[in-house]
Design a protein around this ligand. Structure first.
Ligand code: ASP
Length: 321
């Protein structure tokens, strides 16, 4: 692996997008009744303990790219965020980017950026499970850890840092609605940890190739991005949802199958008909861990290990041909 000389970088960029990390509450001790995306990224940095020691004389540049609750993340914000990353990563003195983000769709944003950014410089997303006004907020420590990781000479690609864990964009998933350590990398495990401001890698860092249609995703109007939906197979599944989507003009369907990619028989005919009409259909599993193995059915699967929502991004990019 190529090891970069840390000393050549002098600037690190922090992009704010909102989330609970920037959230505030009227009653600080209530950890659920708060409004996400209220504070600017500069305010978040002011609260980081030991910021100057972490930066060791390097400069920070901040930019507020968006201010939203990430449950409402949209394609236009993804495109803008990716464009700002491309801009900053192209600056020779910028070593990498930290992005503050809500936890709800963080794994999707991470995978989108991993798919479209053609760089070996690190992009580290971080977040919080408690609002900034909480008595013991987790955001400042997570942001400090993210800055520690982005400055590490072995960091590369898109990473997620939360509660001391370092996760790859491909593997990471939010697995808990409230605990501070809300993310898991499933069977792959985290690729490292931050402990006492030290980065401990569990695995050699490797770059994921950029998607061949990345440039189109950054340049095309998001209104022209292909419409791709996730449909779940479950007990009592009803084929009308497939018919409705096809009639409405969906271009791709990601099926979150049961177990090893099995699909309720009530959906099969509708999916075959959708495919006959030109809709791209990809199969994933709704299981939180593992990936489909030995698939003998006629359905095309996505890149191994992508959850249904990341598979949706992959199919959307595939269809941008
Ligand atoms: N709804 C919030 C968001 O995703 C949750 C969080 O950040 O923890 O922006």
């Amino acid at each position: 692996m190529q090891v970069v000389d840390e000393k050549k970088w002098q600037q690190w960029v922090v992009l704010g997008t909102g989330g609970t990390i920037a959230g505030t509450a009227t009653n600080p001790s209530d950890l659920t009744a708060y409004t996400a995306a209220q504070l600017g990224v500069e305010v978040l940095l002011d609260a980081v303990p030991g910021l100057q020691e972490t930066l060791q004389g390097d400069r920070l540049v901040c930019e507020q790219v968006a201010q939203l609750d990430s449950k409402d993340m949209d394609h236009a914000t993804w495109q803008l965020l990716a464009q700002r990353c491309v801009h900053w990563l192209a600056q020779p003195d910028v070593g990498g980017i930290v992005i503050t983000h809500g936890t709800d769709t963080l794994e999707e944003t991470a995978w989108f950026l991993q798919s479209v950014l053609d760089t070996r410089k690190p992009v580290v997303l971080t977040c919080a499970m408690r609002p900034a006004t909480a008595p013991m907020p987790d955001g400042p420590g997570n942001l400090r850890d993210a800055l520690t990781v982005v400055r590490h000479p072995e960091a590369c690609g898109v990473l997620v840092v939360c509660a001391g864990g370092i996760h790859r964009a491909r593997d990471v998933q939010k697995v808990h609605p409230s605990r501070l350590d809300a993310f898991s990398s499933g069977e792959a495990g985290p690729c490292g940890r931050v402990e006492h401001s030290q980065v401990l890698w569990a695995a050699t860092q490797a770059l994921t190739p950029v998607h061949p249609h990345a440039r189109k995703a950054l340049a095309a109007s998001v209104a022209d991005w292909p419409w791709v939906e996730v449909v779940y197979s479950h007990a009592g599944a009803d084929a009308r949802k497939i018919h409705l989507l096809v009639t409405a003009g969906v271009r791709g369907l990601v099926v979150a199958g049961t177990g090893n990619g099995t699909i309720h028989q009530s959906l099969l005919t509708a999916l075959l008909e959708a495919r006959r009409q030109g809709v791209a259909v990809r199969l994933t599993t709704r299981c939180a861990d593992g990936q489909i193995v030995g698939q003998t059915a006629a359905w095309q699967t996505t890149a191994p290990g992508l959850n249904p929502f990341k598979a949706r991004i992959a199919l959307m990019l595939d269809l941008m041909a």
